[in-house]
Design a protein. Structure first.
Length: 200
């Protein structure tokens, strides 16, 4: 992709497609228009759903969204899946069926956040701020029954944003995601806020 040309978010268009497909509103799904290095447009559908459990219709939904976007915009569509569930072996990456000589097959790349569980030290030192988001997701699952550990990790991850060379607005955006992933009780949230305020 040619990042020098930026990107265009098409979330409104995607939500219209979702409504038409009658598959339910999925706020984490994103649709972007980007440009390839050869100057051509590319349409990218990214399913960034942090799922807590297996969904049997996920493969079919990926196909339906992909086809409806292709049908609406008449550009090639790349569908990507980001899985945040706890089942190591659940890796839906293909939707296919065949009947009476007709066959259909759609394959899509999958990123499984659980695959990063053994790479936590690397995620902490990685300059890319999305590494902090992946680590926040992993810690949200790991600390769901350990509130004090969750507060410590939330503090640690938010502080790490300041060391990644981000602009103030970028820090705020990533902070919101981490804040949402690592929700705390009111008392622990107060302690967290005080510590971050002192750190700032």
């Amino acid at each position: 992709m040619d990042w020098s040309r930026g990107y265009e978010s098409l979330d409104k268009e995607l939500q219209q497609i979702v409504r038409e497909a009658e598959l339910g509103l999925r706020l984490a799904d994103k649709l972007f228009k980007v440009w390839r290095l050869d100057g051509k447009e590319a349409w990218v559908l990214i399913h960034a759903e942090v799922q807590n459990q297996r969904e049997d219709d996920f493969r079919e939904r990926m196909y339906i969204y992909n086809y409806r976007i292709l049908d609406r915009f008449r550009h090639p569509v790349i569908s990507l899946a980001l899985l945040g569930d706890d089942q190591r072996n659940w890796r839906p990456s293909r939707f296919a069926y065949s009947l009476w000589g007709f066959s259909l097959c759609v394959e899509f790349p999958v990123a499984k956040l659980l695959d990063f569980a053994d790479r936590q030290p690397e995620l902490e030192t990685e300059p890319n701020p999305f590494a902090a988001v992946v680590l926040a997701h992993l810690k949200s699952r790991e600390t769901k029954n350990c509130p004090e550990d969750r507060r410590n990790w939330k503090t640690r991850l938010v502080k790490s944003l300041f060391g990644r060379g981000l602009a103030a607005e970028e820090i705020r955006q990533f902070f919101r995601v981490i804040d949402w992933l690592l929700e705390l009780s009111p008392e622990l949230e107060r302690q967290f806020q005080e510590e971050i305020h002192q750190f700032e």
